[in-house]
Write a protein that binds this ligand. Structure first.
Ligand SMILES: [Zn+2]
Ligand SMILES: [Zn+2]
Length: 437
């Protein structure tokens, strides 16, 4: 089995002492005011009154230092749509958002379904990526759902997992064969669960808001029946799956039952599904149009409960950049997807942690250790000997989301103009200081 690989440019390794931060690492059971010394990109010491060793000292009094974030679901739009995002811009956005690693989806143009296409991305990442990138490869050729890709070869070439994200694998038989092959590669399948014959033509959640606005509805059962199918197949084949961007209460219930029955599944939820409902669609802002759509309050509440109890172990942005001209059209004509790398922590801190709906520790865990475990990549830790993958957060700082401040090439954010609390002051990824603000 090929070893798991993420790719990053070889940056200058940090020699830094972070002085007097509140160090919070839920996995290590740390929540204390401490110094952290980084020698040549590796955490050398965690303690009180550490010697600066002639390193640069970052005064972090009043700030929180935590394991940097891992995003299991990002669209980097390359190859094919470099006007919307590139590996350089997407990883700069990730660094600004506090991420040390991101997983890139293969629904590009061309689709990442061959070792040659994947190899070109790996080379670009080794030149341009500020934070580690794990590349997913397609499950089926061209994501057409008709023929499996050469999964073993793709795993050898560096694929971290497999996904047809953007579209579901329609055929149950094809999904079963993909699960059988994934046992050879040792890589999970990351699944976009949507039954097209039920979601068909829908722009927003099927409910009162869609009916009032006269939009075709995309019912929650379009997701949950596919979640049930894929959990059943994963259980039958005893293979791991990762469920992308869950949105519906019924999907959560199905996942909970499957986990009780020993199915090896992980799942993620996005910031927008955690804090918004289909009521937001009344604005007709195309930046609240995403797939799966924003759903009802009972769905949002179920997702938050599942995040709290660990049924859903990862927060994913599903960062989906789109060009302005594509989004500045009537709601029904706009493509699905919103950006999220640069706002994920702040919006969840502002809307969930500050009002007491989620603890800071749990938010940090679900944005870092949870997704790292789901993909089997090294978990960022605040511990001597670990490569420095750290985020320095200013919880007191308020800032306004402005399109001119984005590092991403796109600004189709549903948070434009909003004031958020909690800012990323610095990110250290793979031992290099990759962002400072
Ligand atoms: Zn998707
Ligand atoms: Zn996606």
């Amino acid at each position: 089995m090929a070893p798991l690989m993420l790719f990053v440019k070889n940056g200058e390794k940090a020699n830094v002492v972070v002085r007097g931060a509140r160090v919070v690492d839920p996995s290590e059971g740390i929540d204390a005011t401490l110094d952290v010394r980084i020698d040549n990109g590796v955490i050398a010491a965690v303690g009180e009154n550490l010697d600066a060793n002639e390193h640069r000292v970052i005064d972090a009094k009043g700030l929180v230092l935590a394991p940097a974030f891992v995003d299991p679901h990002v669209h980097l739009r390359t190859p094919g749509r470099e006007d919307e995002e590139t590996i350089a811009s997407g990883t700069a956005a990730a660094a600004a958002g506090g991420y040390c690693a991101i997983m890139a989806m293969p629904n590009t143009d061309p689709v990442v379904d061959s070792a040659a296409t994947l190899g070109a991305l790996v080379e670009t990442a080794q030149r341009e990526a500020r934070v580690r990138v794990g590349f997913l490869a397609a499950i089926t050729r061209g994501q057409h759902g008709e023929e499996l890709t050469e999964m073993a070869e793709l795993a050898e070439a560096g694929a971290v997992a497999f996904s047809d994200d953007g579209v579901p694998v329609r055929s149950a038989g094809m999904m079963r064969r993909a699960l059988q092959y994934s046992s050879i590669t040792g890589r999970p399948l990351a699944l976009h669960c949507e039954e097209p014959s039920l979601s068909h033509g829908g722009h927003v959640h099927e409910g009162a808001v869609a009916a009032e606005l006269g939009f075709a509805g995309y019912p929650s059962v379009a997701e949950s029946v596919m979640v049930e199918r894929d959990l059943a197949l994963a259980g039958y084949e005893e293979q791991p799956i990762h469920l992308l961007h869950l949105s519906a209460a019924e999907s959560v219930a199905a996942l909970r039952r499957a986990l009780e029955n020993g199915v090896h599944a992980t799942a993620e939820v996005t910031p927008h599904h955690l804090v918004l409902t289909d009521e937001a669609v009344r604005s007709l802002d195309s930046n609240v149009k995403m797939n799966p759509p924003l759903r009802a309050e009972r769905d949002r509440a179920a997702l938050l409960d599942a995040l709290r109890d660990g049924t859903i172990s990862s927060i994913a942005t599903d960062h989906a950049p789109h060009a302005r001209h594509e989004k500045e059209v009537p709601f029904e004509a706009a493509p699905f997807g919103v950006t999220g790398l640069e706002t994920a922590f702040a919006v969840l801190y502002t809307r969930l942690v500050k009002p007491g709906l989620l603890s800071l520790e749990m938010l940090l865990e679900r944005m870092s250790a949870g997704p790292a475990r789901a993909f089997g990549v090294a978990q960022p830790r605040v511990a001597p000997g670990a490569v420095a993958d750290l985020v320095l957060l200013d919880l007191e700082r308020e800032w306004q989301v402005e399109e001119t401040a984005f590092r991403s090439r796109s600004w189709n954010s549903w948070l434009l103009g909003e004031t958020l609390s909690g800012a990323v002051r610095a990110t250290i990824a793979a031992g290099s200081l990759v962002h400072e603000a």
